[in-house]
Design a protein around this ligand. Structure first.
Ligand code: PLP
Length: 410
């Protein structure tokens, strides 16, 4: 008799997005004439940079010729892309990385999800709350969660609350944790922390032999100087952190799929008997066994992100989204709402007005403005009473959505 991994049975379906789809579907069928504007999802809307398109066309042509055809590539990624990443994302910020510390992948979702494979089942996990759900769900799947309580928290996971009361800066855990997920700039709150704050986490991790799983998927949106683009800007971080990056949100690769993880060779975890093990080797083993690399064509597209033309085009798109963020933030502030994020990230996080839960606010926006956002409590217990809007829409929809929101009476 084949047994199932019963950890999967602990997980509910994706309640958040299915519930949103259900409510929007019901509203649309009752009001077929209403044009709904979606500022809820985290997907981008602007096309891939021209530089990437050209590079991918060239790569397709190479595939048509036996002399330049490529079959299986290196599982960890092609040299041409890894070299560009090291030079532009790291060396340019004074961070030295070896070639074999960078692993190209098909997404930060896969990487942040798959990384649990190389960690022991008894590790204590901490997440900031609210949180990108992948970190929690993949630890449930791999047996590190315990049971779900009435408070919406897994019994064995430590939740580090981020609310307006602490200015969205999580407090260091009051006990030792083994794996710690940090995402800055943050999805869903759109907020981030300073280099000084990040240094406290690196120091904590050193003292406690914690591994930080640092998700920097929104690094390209940072506008303030005192915010780290990479955790390795912080002294000592290579001994404690894995960093995840993605081409999804800077270059629009959400459908094209390319990302990378950095696993420094100085980073170790331990066996039960206390023996030190390099995580770089374990991740390499995991990836080369379970993953066959990102397509050549896509990696050529990602390489073009680092060309002069590519850099200029990406900057333009990011500016476009960040202008949307300004429009949304200004509109919400005019409405008298408390608004966070939107400065170093394409997410705007707002406190729902008195008397509104995340979900009743969702319903109000849908019915009175035909605008769809995301209820904060879908991202964790500390998201209760908050709401997320994204700046990834097109300009006209963003302007229209804000003017509709402003006409709502609360
Ligand atoms: N990490 C965070 C925090 C995200 O918000 C997202 C996507 O929304 C991802 C990772 C996924 O990125 P990718 O498209 O590279 O899988």
């Amino acid at each position: 008799m084949a047994l199932v991994n019963e950890n999967y049975l602990k997980l509910k379906g994706s309640y958040l997005f299915s519930e949103i789809a259900k409510r929007v579907g019901a509203f649309s069928s009752e009001n077929p004439d209403k044009k709904i504007i979606r500022l809820g999802i985290g997907d981008v809307t602007q096309p891939l940079p021209d530089a990437c398109i050209k590079a991918m066309h060239n790569a397709v042509d190479e595939m048509s010729n036996a002399k330049t055809f490529r079959g299986y590539g290196p599982e960890r990624g092609y040299d041409f892309l890894i070299d560009k990443i090291i030079e532009n994302d790291y060396l340019a910020r004074g961070i030295q990385l070896d070639f074999d510390e960078v692993f190209i992948s098909d997404g930060a979702k896969s990487d942040t999800g798959n990384i649990v494979d190389i960690f022991g089942g008894d590790n204590i996990v901490a997440v900031t709350d609210p949180v990108y759900p992948v970190y929690v769900d993949t630890n449930v799947m791999s047996g590190r969660s315990g049971t779900m309580g009435d408070d919406g928290k897994w019994s064995d996971i430590l939740y580090l609350s981020c609310t307006k009361e602490n200015n969205f800066v999580p407090k260091l855990p009051d006990k030792r944790v083994d794996m710690l997920y940090l995402c800055f700039p943050n999805n869903p709150t759109g907020t981030t922390i300073t280099k000084e704050e990040l240094k406290k986490w690196v120091d904590y991790a050193k003292e406690n032999r914690t591994v930080i799983l640092y998700d920097a998927a929104y690094e390209a949106y940072i506008t303030e100087d005192n915010v780290a683009h990479s955790i390795y800007e912080i002294e000592g971080a290579k001994e404690v952190a894995i960093e995840f990056r993605s081409f999804s949100k800077n270059a629009g690769f959400t459908g094209t799929r390319c990302a990378f993880a950095v696993v420094p060779k100085q980073l170790h975890a331990y066996t039960q008997s206390g023996e030190k093990v390099q995580l770089n080797g374990l991740w390499n083993r995991r990836q080369s066994t379970k993953f066959n690399g990102v397509p050549y064509i896509i990696q050529r597209g990602a390489e073009a992100v680092y060309s002069d033309e590519g850099k200029a085009q990406i900057k333009e798109t990011i500016n476009y989204y960040m202008e949307n963020a300004k429009i949304i933030t200004a509109g919400l502030k005019e409405m008298g709402l408390s608004v966070f994020g939107g400065v170093n990230a394409p997410y705007i996080w707002l406190k729902t007005p008195d008397g509104y839960t995340s979900w009743s606010f969702f319903d109000k926006l849908l019915k009175d403005a035909n605008v769809v956002g995301t209820p904060g409590e879908g991202f964790g217990p500390s998201g209760k009473g908050y709401f997320r809007l994204t700046a990834f829409g097109n300009r006209q929809n963003t302007i229209d959505a804000v003017s509709r929101l402003k006409s709502i009476k609360f």
